[in-house]
Write a protein that binds this ligand. Structure first.
Ligand code: NI
Length: 176
């Protein structure tokens, strides 16, 4: 059963910090396949293992084009195990985010603009990338899940948090 149900905000599992992945290659493949299938089925651009009920430090992200983020530049598909983020500089920018665990809602979230992230891929090769803008935002959002943090906790002005169909134009005009 590759497509899993997505754990939603309010479930204690999403607020629980995840442990480093230390399982076998076969376990990893099975978890990543489930994450990928679930993300694709829901139309997401990223997913973290706790969102399918697995509190281990695995995220994946990437898309060519996305209905959820119609103006965003594509991000290469990336599986990232035991990620670590290093922030470059102190520049931050606001952008609208959504989350498969907070369905139907959007919020304006400040994130660091420039980061380096590292970790391992499926074959235990080290990954080390420097990214900016929306790519950096997505990585920060997914890695927050591993620390038990959901994007609504990062919103500075709660006027800019609500149901997508009610927020209407303010979101549509400024979505990545
Ligand atoms: Ni999310």
């Amino acid at each position: 059963m590759p497509i899993q149900s997505v754990v939603k905000m309010g479930n204690a599992q999403l607020a629980t910090p995840s442990v480093p992945f230390a399982g076998s290659a076969a376990e990893l493949r099975a978890i990543v396949q489930d994450m990928q299938d679930t993300m694709q089925e829901k139309g997401g651009i990223g997913i973290a293992a706790p969102q399918i009920g697995i509190n281990q430090r695995i995220v994946l992200f990437g898309f060519d084009s996305s209905e959820r983020y119609p103006n965003a530049k594509s991000i290469p598909f990336t599986v990232l195990i035991n990620p670590v983020i290093h922030i470059i500089g102190d520049e931050m920018g606001d952008g609208w985010e959504g989350c498969l665990s907070v369905p139907g809602m959007r919020g304006l979230v400040p994130r660091y603009t420039h980061i380096t992230y590292s970790g391992y891929d499926m074959d235990e090769n080290p990954i080390h990338h420097t990214v900016h803008g929306f790519h950096a935002r997505v990585v920060q959002h997914e890695c927050d899940h591993l620390d038990g943090i959901l994007y609504p906790e990062r919103i500075k002005d709660m006027h800019y948090f609500g149901f997508e169909d009610e927020l209407g134009d303010i979101v549509k005009q400024s979505l990545e």
